[in-house]
Design a protein around this ligand. Structure first.
Ligand code: HEM
Length: 417
């Protein structure tokens, strides 16, 4: 009899599992024995009216699904693999207003417009301001450290730069930043009971952001400025975003650009502090390959999903039209078919064809260059200003279904004398 590949009831999207760990041994087992495997779920627990999904674990298959939107839709059930059991279908339908959950040709139109705000030139123009912000964040964290030199790296360092970067990109006025930050934080935290953020509070915060962004768009239409908002909404035609579309785009940025980068930075710091040889190497040589390896190592987005548009086949399995397919970036990024020593944190890894920013299809992360820039800037600032940081506790992990999140990481600098 073949050995069972997984214990009964094992589910890669179980928030209790991800609160505990990323299931790397189980991913490795599936990649070897059953790279595309049906994961049964109790009807209704995910917000979808079905009884499970296919787990896709190999690098090549994750890429294949991502690059074939005509076979694997982001729209039919959205790209989010699991919602709360209490969510109603109409709330899932609303999520289709954001680009992440659209298919071509709608997706192509919106993506072509918003891409204008993410050109290499646009990102380069943020660099100086973000470098100064990274330095300020690190300096403030040092000043705020307790008498024993300890502080929480997540709230004092990792949270700040991603929020500042999005505010800088959109051109949110300094006076409005704290309320926009507050809404963003409320919107993404509702899976973890510790934050006591109910789905209602999350939805309310999302509405506040949409309406703030729509007002901003209306304002810029009347009085254009030299910013991305003015660029995207300039005129109400097919080549520009409507005010509603702009509102939903800002929501997507607040969700997609915040927690992902925050967790990459936190996992990166943890990886450095638990691999001192890599930290020493970084401080000495600052390799330009570092940020990509941090994203591979951390894989902040464990998975997204697609839904099959027709009967098809993948990894030897027959996939039926309407089946949900989970693409597990965390597993792909440790596939030994692609990476030498995948379980080694190596900041000089090159080439590094990781799928942490997606599998290369039409939805490939729009903010990748911004994220890489942020990671570079913050670690440069840390290496300059607190080179002798040490770990002062284990990471406290976030309860979430598809994010590899850390909500607290105690670190310490040498005590103030
Ligand atoms: C380390 C940080 C980040 C990670 C790991 C990450 C990861 C991802 C992943 C996995 C996708 C989906 C790709 C796919 O379905 O093929 C995605 C899409 C996206 N990301 Fe990122 N992301 C990060 C940072 C950012 C930042 C900083 C921004 C913007 C400020 C951003 C904006 C977006 C947007 C708008 C999409 C949707 C693109 C589309 O649907 O066409 N991301 N990201």
């Amino acid at each position: 009899m073949p050995c069972p590949a997984l214990p009964d009831g094992f589910d890669f999207t179980d928030p209790d599992l991800l609160q505990d760990r990323v299931p790397h041994p189980e991913f490795a087992q599936l990649r070897q024995t059953e790279p595309v495997r049906w994961i049964p779920q109790e009807r209704g627990i995910t917000g979808f009216d079905d009884e499970g999904y296919w787990a896709v674990t190999r690098h090549a298959d994750v890429k294949y699904v991502s690059t074939h939107p005509e076979l694997y839709s982001s729209n039919l059930n959205t790209a989010v693999i699991r919602f709360n059991s209490s969510i109603q279908r109409d709330q899932i339908e609303i999520q289709k207003m954001i680009m992440l959950n659209m298919d071509p040709p709608e997706h192509t139109r919106v993506r072509q417009i918003v891409q204008r705000g993410f050109t290499p030139r646009a990102i380069r123009s943020l660099e100086e301001a973000l470098r100064n912000r990274a330095r300020e964040i690190v300096a403030t964290a040092l000043e705020g450290a307790g008498p024993d030199g300890s502080f929480d790296f997540v709230t004092n360092v990792a949270v700040e730069l991603p929020l500042q970067a999005i505010a800088e990109l959109i051109g949110i006025a300094q006076k409005d930043r704290s309320k926009v930050f507050d809404w963003s934080n409320k919107m993404v935290a509702y899976d973890d009971p510790e934050y006591a953020i109910t789905e209602e509070i999350g939805a309310e915060a999302a509405m506040e952001i949409v309406s703030y962004a729509m007002n901003l768009a209306a304002d810029r239409k009347q009085c254009p400025a030299k910013d991305i908002v003015s660029q995207l909404v300039a005129a109400e035609d097919d080549g520009n975003l409507s005010s509603d579309e702009f509102g939903f785009f800002v929501i997507l940025l607040a969700v997609a650009g915040n927690e992902t980068t925050r967790n990459a930075i936190t996992h990166g710091m943890h990886a450095f502090l638990t691999h001192p040889d890599q930290w020493e190497l970084y401080k000495r040589e600052r390799p330009s390959t570092t940020a990509e390896e941090i994203v591979r190592w951390a894989t902040p987005v464990v998975s997204f999903q697609r839904t099959a548009t027709q009967d098809t086949e993948l990894g030897g399995q027959k996939i039926k039209a309407g089946d949900r397919v989970g693409i597990f970036y965390s597993s792909a990024n440790h596939d030994p078919e692609v990476f030498t020593d995948p379980d080694t944190f190596d900041i000089t890894r090159d080439p590094n064809p990781h799928l942490g920013f997606g599998g290369g299809g039409p939805h490939f992360c729009l903010g990748k260059s911004l994220a890489v820039l942020e990671i570079d800037l913050i670690f440069n600032a840390i290496a300059d200003a607190m080179p002798d940081l040490t770990l002062a506790g284990d990471p406290r992990r976030l309860r979430a279904a598809w994010l590899n999140g850390v909500k607290e990481l105690q670190v310490a600098t040498p005590a103030k004398g």
